[in-house]
Design a binder for this molecule. Structure first.
Ligand code: ZN
Ligand code: ZN
Length: 258
């Protein structure tokens, strides 16, 4: 399984910046997990191959360029862009984003081939298919309805915490899996900002360490993501200082394989 964290921005030489303002992972060039930078960070080939997007929650940094991505491809789509999300999240996207004011309601619009966007709702804790993947979503502890994901291609299984403060059910589901190769866990604020992390539904490196103690798997890669750009250096230092083997800050733009 190949997974990339798409860059949010590029420097003047076209190199991916490590500052992560937007969240979008791409799995096997086919499926996006969140869509913050989907219109900005995909390769040309991925622009043609990604047609499934799982949206974990409706915060701007997780869906910012989804409308732009659909707009970019509007005339040429031969199948809809399928947006997989809980009913709650679909309702929020329809109310607040695709509402004819912020952007058109693409779920009601067709080009000459097909509807350009289709919602495919899923229920938490019930396995569902997305392209070649099976996915289980589990509600996590954020300030809006949000799910973490366990994703498998039949050989490799990985887990995404999405945005969350301390949580329980997600780890229960992760621990039920015999083998997890990689975990993508958020680490938004430095340890000195624990209070803010808690009220905004996020984790600090110390919080990450506490969550990892709930995990019964050893020997997996743990990639810290969602590091707020203003605190990135401090966060990387504090994550290193935890001394947890296999834990590192995920590099934007790099293709990881498991
Ligand atoms: Zn969020
Ligand atoms: Zn976020």
């Amino acid at each position: 399984m190949k997974i990339q964290l798409l860059p949010s921005t590029f420097d003047q030489h076209g190199c991916a910046s490590q500052e992560q303002r937007l969240t979008c992972f791409v799995i096997d060039d086919r499926v996006a997990v969140d869509a913050g930078s989907i219109a900005l960070g995909l390769s040309e080939a991925q622009h043609e191959s990604v047609r499934d997007v799982i949206v974990t929650h409706p915060h701007m940094d997780h869906m910012a360029t989804l409308p732009i991505f659909i707009d970019d491809h509007f005339a040429l789509l031969t199948e809809p862009v399928r947006v997989h999300a809980t009913d709650e999240v679909v309702a929020l996207l329809e109310r607040d984003v695709f509402n004819w004011t912020v952007y058109p309601r693409f779920s009601q619009l067709k080009n000459e081939h097909c509807f350009v966007m289709e919602y495919i709702p899923f229920r938490p804790r019930e396995e569902f298919r997305v392209a070649h993947l099976t996915v289980t979503a589990v509600p996590v502890n954020h300030i809006v309805p949000t799910v973490g994901l366990v994703v498998s291609d039949g050989r490799t299984t990985v887990a995404f915490s999405s945005d969350t403060a301390a949580t329980e059910d997600f780890w229960e589901v992760v621990n039920e899996r015999p083998d997890i190769s990689a975990l993508f866990i958020e680490s938004s604020f430095p340890n000195s900002m624990g209070k803010l992390a808690e009220v905004s539904g996020h984790l600090t490196p110390e919080g990450v360490a506490a969550e990892l103690r709930k995990l019964s798997h050893n020997h997996l890669d743990v990639l810290a993501v969602h590091l707020k750009p203003s605190y990135r250096e401090t966060l990387v230092r504090e994550l290193d200082a935890l001394g947890i083997s296999g834990l590192s800050a995920m590099e934007a733009g790099r293709a990881y394989e498991w």
